[in-house]
Design a protein around this ligand. Sequence first.
Ligand SMILES: Nc1ncnc2c1ncn2[C@@H]1O[C@H](COP(=O)(O)OP(=O)(O)OP(=O)(O)O)[C@@H](O)[C@H]1O
Ligand SMILES: [Mg+2]
Length: 289
Amino acid sequence: MYTEYFGLAELPFSISPDPRYLYLTPQHREALAKTQYIVNQKGGLAVIYGDVGHGKTTVARRLYHLFKEDQNNQTALLITPDLKTDSALLRRVMAEFGVPPRRSHALSLAAFQDFAAKAFEQDKTLVLMVDEAQQMTPRMMELIRVFLNFETDTQKFIQILLFGQNELATTLDKMPAIKSRVAMFGALTNLTRHDMEAMIDFRWKAAGGTQHPFTAEALDVLYDLSRGRPREVNKLANESLIRAFVSEQSEVSADMVRAAARELRMDAPPAPSEAKPKKRTEKKAKAKA
Ligand SMILES: Nc1ncnc2c1ncn2[C@@H]1O[C@H](COP(=O)(O)OP(=O)(O)OP(=O)(O)O)[C@@H](O)[C@H]1O
Ligand SMILES: [Mg+2]
């Protein structure tokens, strides 16, 4: 594609959640630091939430790799808990931590508690990370609450990090028994204009480039049309670069960004449903677009 043309080793604006491309805005930095602190202190539960495409999965993967580096940690990352029941979730969690299932839910839970207590005694840290946690049913949430009851007076045997779209926070508002156990809520919101530019610069260099080719006016338009939503910034930046490449220009102009937005149908006013996204359907529609 255009990588060679722009002197890059890789595509800089892929929409995959590759943690190497995560630019740490003050918000991301804070979410990462606080989450690590809670895990180290064995504080129990942390929740990171935000709108679609705001970097939750990318942050989850960054943390997963960080936790993995420490031999004392045992970390499981469930990507999509598209499991039907709390028992299925329990079995999956046990499998991730290498604990064999027992004949019943109650026996399995007891075995898992035993395992978590032993790990705690041996000064091991168990970290359970769940992405797309807004999809969890109330019974699955209840299982999370039970896991948090595996504890001493001051510390939890298992550290749990939930990542999910905004509904996750509103769901927890309705579940005070779990909400009161949340040691940290971290919100990921739209990037500022400054952070968007810094993210573009960072990703360009991470992909092997030197100076990114977007003009200042192109960046303004990119910001207006993406409203600082990271996945949209990436999609628009990628599409704009294709235009510059095809027309053999070394700079990306504001007009190229506008044309790219039309191509991606990002210049249309936001649909009313965007104010309160219905997750799965909106994502599917976007994937098709
Ligand atoms: N701070 C950031 N720095 C660099 N890239 C980012 C940042 N935040 C998000 N992105 C990029 O935006 C895209 C979407 O990120 P990601 O998939 O992590 O979002 P998400 O919040 O998990 O979305 P969803 O709600 O759809 O699951 C990815 O390409 C990711 O690399
Ligand atoms: Mg995600």
